[in-house]
Write a protein that binds this ligand. Structure first.
Ligand code: GTP
Ligand code: MG
Length: 149
């Protein structure tokens, strides 16, 4: 069961796009197994984006990401890490095709609306950072047999 951390960034919340992002992952056939509405500390965001700490935009990114509420979620399903990234679009919205979330709703790289784990390995780390074990829910999705052969 592959899982990915998908997180609606502060501008996604402020712009009223929480439902839109959730809708796309639901409609695709992925299964929601965890979600919260929270404002993270700057330290928490520094840990989340630790791999980028040498880059010049890192301090501003962590400040921004902790400035307002975010909606981290865990989505589960076949190929969800890679497919989730395709659904998000490229890091730079200017390179994101229409039909992707960033391509449809954003224009600036620093305000690209949604985060998605970039590998199965980083997904595991990120899920552990944002959710306690018992906040990730195990259940049977009623539509499962209509989504998988
Ligand atoms: P995330 O899903 O948020 O992790 O984005 P990503 O995996 O597509 O890109 P990456 O992890 O490399 O960068 C994390 C975030 O930093 C991006 O989503 C951007 O918001 C921001 N970022 C990346 N590159 C730049 C840049 O050159 N300038 C600015 N201002 N922000 C950047
Ligand atoms: Mg990334």
């Amino acid at each position: 069961k592959e899982r990915s951390l998908i997180m609606i960034k502060p501008n996604g919340v402020q712009r009223g796009l929480v439902g839109e992002v959730i809708k796309r992952f639901e409609q695709k056939g992925f299964k929601l197994v965890a979600m919260k509405f929270t404002q993270a500390s700057e330290e928490h965001m520094k840990t989340h984006y630790k791999d980028l700490e040498k880059l010049k935009f890192y301090p501003g990114l962590c400040k921004y990401m902790s400035s307002n509420p975010v909606v981290p979620m865990v989505w589960e399903g076949l190929g969800v890490v890679k497919t989730g990234r395709v659904m998000l679009g490229e890091t730079d919205p200017a390179k994101s095709l229409p039909g992707t979330i960033r391509g449809d709703f954003s224009v600036h790289i620093g305000r690209n609306l949604v985060h998605g784990s970039d590998s199965v390995e980083s997904a595991k780390k990120e899920i552990a950072l944002w959710f306690k074990d018992d906040e990730v829910v195990t259940y049977t999705a009623g539509n499962n047999e209509w989504i998988y052969e």
